[in-house]
Design a protein around this ligand. Sequence first.
Ligand code: UDP
Length: 340
Amino acid sequence: MNPPLILLTGATGFIASHTWLALQAAGYRVLGIDNFSNSSPEVLTRLKTLGGMTPDFIRADVCDAAAIDTVFAREPIAAVVHFAAFKAVGESAAKPLAYYANNLSGLFTVCQAMERHHCQALVFSSSATVYGKPEQLPIREDAALSATNPYGATKLMSETVLRDLQAADPSWAIATLRYFNPVGAHESGLIGEDPRGTPNNVMPFISQVAIGKRARLSIFGNDYDTADGTGVRDYIHVSDLAEGHVAALRYLLAGKGSIVANLGTGQGSSVLELVRAFEQASGRSVPFEIAPRRPGDIDACYADPARAHELLGWRATRDLQTMCADSWRWQNLNPNGLAG
Ligand code: UDP
């Protein structure tokens, strides 16, 4: 019998491409779809090298119902991992309509196609952003939820949709995974985070400073209520995150029900700690300046990862040094990203 076929949407993106390899390593077959709105087809070439087989891929937009239906009609799909979405917080405030339309319509289209084709196992990419400004640290899954920007609102709304869907029809099995701060890259340095233009997130920005593409990092605030005054986040290696998706899929396909789980390390690191760790891992200096706070940022955010460990048997294993070393290898081997 063929191994189960897993559909990845947004398959050539940062987290999805690593999850693709992790799923293959776990023995699943993978079908990827993407419209390349924020990724490069070159990822497929890299996946072929790393996975030892030509990736099964269809270029399609998750908002295109006819195209998604065609994907499902090809052969039975055991489960979907739905990554495809817009993800830039700042851009979401400037283009709320585009964010709500793309992120929600993509989810509706995928879930409706799943229903039509009797596929009811779904892993959904959510985010720690759904905790808004957390009242307690570390953050447990039962903490209060809120959105502080349109991107976060799309994740919160998507979670609501999925909760209602599961409540209405318990034959749905849904894993809602709340990612903390994904960083690092595949240990080969062949795939990694490939931002277009100026990076929004701190790790790709630091990498570009270290390689000399940018003069210095602006650290957004050093007067936060943290040990050194800079923001504290739960950085998690993308390969750990990828393995978390495999664990969630196994849980769903074993018929254990639905789950909402944090995927984080439980360990907070400040921006300054991250800069120091990166300098050590790369042997390069990372000049920085202290800049004003970025609107909407919070002091600290880190996970209580206990639930994922208890229910999924998963925990992150790669430390900050490994995250920085792998980010640096990726940056160094691909100084201009994959488009360049
Ligand atoms: N940050 C920074 N400079 C940058 C980008 C981010 O100092 O150029 C800080 C930001 O204020 C936060 C941390 O780095 O404390 C992580 O930010 P990022 O945008 O990577 O992720 P977020 O936690 O906001 O999703």
